[in-house]
Design a protein around this ligand. Structure first.
Ligand SMILES: *Cc1c(COP(=O)(O)O)cnc(C)c1O
Length: 394
């Protein structure tokens, strides 16, 4: 599709493969395989399985539409869809690295990502050095001759730390390392890491791309060469493939992405400002607040603050902080107590005992996740109703 078109046009017009029936809405191709006119045609198509439809572990037209639309929104040449965000992380590491390689990663990561790097890839000889994402010298100093990949999440989960994508991309480039950015929290509606120097954007499509809490999905976006020559052969063989049904749901979700994320960001800012003034609340972590330590970087690289607001309840001991946080969570009647985020409905979680519960206490402390911390993923309800919902337990 024409690259000069604007984001909102691409969100509804890119990635539309029309069949001979002339359907207006994207068709849902629920088929595991595709038929051929002859043995010779089957042989030809299997030989070039990236260009033809043969079997849905390799390619499927509904999944292709999702891939084209997300590539257009991220401003990337190509996209490979995966079954979940975690399988996108598995796929990028398995496609690009081998035993003996070294990875430099932000220490402020989604819990399962931290677990993959520290406990799973390490068993296959891929080691990781974790760094403070906001400390450029730490990234530089962690580089070794065998460093092959940089991995960053910004804003981070759950503390919304902002790392400077452009500055880190320069360090990655001089180290000859592939720079992968998890763009889950902002989505391309607010931030386009490839334009800031990242090599690969990774997504959990489960979050804002669906935006309605229905399906799991993931994706990698990058150069045509990397996606088709490295990632496609891995996904095709190993099979962490996105289902056509989920791709179809995600296509419809992406059509309203910018509308949702802009409104959710406005709601989040209103709630963050209110929490910031509340006497029971200690720190508020929101990139749209002037008090946020990386406010200037956020303003430069993001269109808005995003939907995630984290805040810490006061308390003299960890036990008291946890009790105070749980009281706020249990006092809500509107917010959903659930680990998902990016939904139209506001969700509330206690990271220390849920999303980051399996992480070791030391790793949790290093990531700054205390017992008093609550993560709110603001939805599309009235911000005033959400404020009143939180006020009950504060
Ligand atoms: C949810 C999430 C993931 C993992 O995605 P799944 O779709 O749950 O596998 C990775 N990174 C971030 C930042 C997330 O929020």
């Amino acid at each position: 599709m024409d690259d000069s078109l604007n984001f909102d046009t691409l969100a509804v017009r890119s990635g539309t493969l029309r069949s001979d029936f002339g359907e207006h809405s994207e068709a849902l191709f629920l088929t595991s395989s595709f038929v051929f006119a002859s043995a010779a045609e089957a042989a030809e198509r299997f030989a070039k399985s990236e260009d033809y439809y043969t079997y849905s572990r390799f390619t499927n037209p509904t999944v292709t539409m999702f891939q084209e639309r997300l590539a257009a929104l991220e401003g990337g040449e190509a996209c490979m869809a995966t079954a979940s965000g975690m399988s996108a992380i598995m796929s990028v590491v398995m496609s690009a690295l081998q035993a003996g390689d070294h990875l430099v990663s932000s220490q402020s990561l989604f819990g399962s990502t931290l677990g993959m790097f520290s406990q799973i890839f390490s068993r296959f000889g891929i080691t990781t050095t974790f760094v403070d994402p906001t400390d450029l010298d730490a990234w530089k100093n962690a580089v070794r001759p065998e460093t092959k990949m940089f991995f960053l999440e910004t804003p981070s989960n759950p503390l919304t730390e902002i790392a400077d994508i452009e500055a880190i991309s320069k360090i990655a480039r001089s180290a000859n390392a592939l720079f992968v950015v998890d763009n889950c929290f902002c989505s391309p509606a607010l931030q386009q890491p490839l334009k800031l120097g990242a090599d690969v954007v990774m997504h959990s499509a489960t979050k804002f791309l669906d935006g309605q809490g229905r399906v799991l999905g993931g994706a990698l976006v990058g150069s045509k060469q990397f996606i088709m020559e490295k990632v496609f052969p891995f996904v095709r063989s190993a099979g962490p493939t996105l289902s056509a049904f989920n791709a179809w749901i995600l296509l419809k979700g992406m059509e309203t992405l910018s509308l949702r994320v802009e409104r959710q960001s406005a709601n989040a800012l209103e709630i963050a400002r209110w929490l910031d003034q509340h006497p029971s609340v200690g720190r508020v972590f929101y990139p749209g607040l002037e008090s946020h330590p990386q406010y200037e970087i956020a303003k430069r690289q993001q269109k808005a603050g995003g939907a995630i607001v984290s805040f810490e309840l006061k308390g003299d001991t960890p036990e008291e902080m946890r009790a105070n946080a749980w009281r706020v969570i249990d006092g809500t009647k509107i917010c959903s107590i659930t680990g998902n985020l990016g939904d139209t409905r506001t969700t509330i979680t206690h990271p220390a005992t849920t999303t980051h519960g399996r992480v070791t206490a030391e790793a949790r402390a290093a990531a700054g996740i205390t017992e008093g911390l609550i993560r709110l993923a603001v939805g599309l309800e009235s911000a005033r109703d959400i404020r009143e919902d939180l006020a009950r337990g504060l």
